[in-house]
Design a protein around this ligand. Structure first.
Ligand SMILES: C[S@@+](CC[C@H](N)C(=O)[O-])C[C@H]1O[C@@H](n2cnc3c(N)ncnc32)[C@H](O)[C@@H]1O
Length: 170
């Protein structure tokens, strides 16, 4: 499950090394769109779907008319259910960090990734030192791993513990 797992100094280094170029991807939870801009520039996707419950903070000025960006507004797990099974090369999950919500995202996202595709989670931790609240990402992701069918292929480290973890579907 951990054989061949690579450790990176940051989430950007992880994405740059592990996410395939030219694929079809989703960023779940986009907020300002700043990381979506990075994903477009580095992974050169055929299309990048972004999902958020609100686009209030989204910075339109970061994007150009010819960017292959598709916006979806709504609850992440409901939007995810609308994609075809095994249609995605990768999904980056960074919406709600509450255990029940992450579990819903995992259930909705896992079947959408093709065999050999990636599920990447931001904030793989049980505690947010900035907000001083528990995060459920670590528990939810560990449960997915224990259920089988996924290998850990990368960890992107963060100085405050908001690590990224990258899983590959068998
Ligand atoms: C941490 S921010 C995303 C940051 C972005 N991925 C980045 O790296 O800069 C989380 C975003 O998820 C959205 N969000 C939280 N819960 C959600 C849900 N259940 N469905 C859709 N979006 C949600 C919030 O509105 C917020 O914009």
């Amino acid at each position: 499950m951990l054989v061949g797992c690579r450790v990176f100094s940051s989430r950007k280094a992880l994405i740059g090394a592990l996410v395939p170029r030219g694929g079809l991807g989703i960023e779940v939870g986009t907020q300002t769109g700043e990381f979506a801009r990075f994903l477009l520039d580095v992974t050169k996707p055929s299309a990048l779907h972004v999902v958020d419950v609100t686009y209030r903070l989204f910075d339109e000025s970061l994007f150009h008319a010819d960017d292959p960006l598709v916006r979806h507004e709504g609850l992440s797990w409901e939007v995810l259910r609308g994609f075809a099974d095994a249609s995605m090369d990768w999904i980056y999950i960074d919406a709600s960090h509450a255990y029940n919500d992450v579990t819903r995202d995992i259930r909705a996202a896992a079947t959408k990734v093709r065999s050999g595709g990636l599920l990447v989670f931001n904030d793989y931790t049980s505690w947010s030192p900035i907000e001083v609240v528990p995060y459920g990402v670590l528990r939810a992701v560990n449960e997915l791993l224990c259920a089988g069918g996924w290998d850990v292929v990368g960890l992107g480290l963060h100085g405050l513990g908001y690590h990224d973890i990258c899983l590959r579907r068998r």
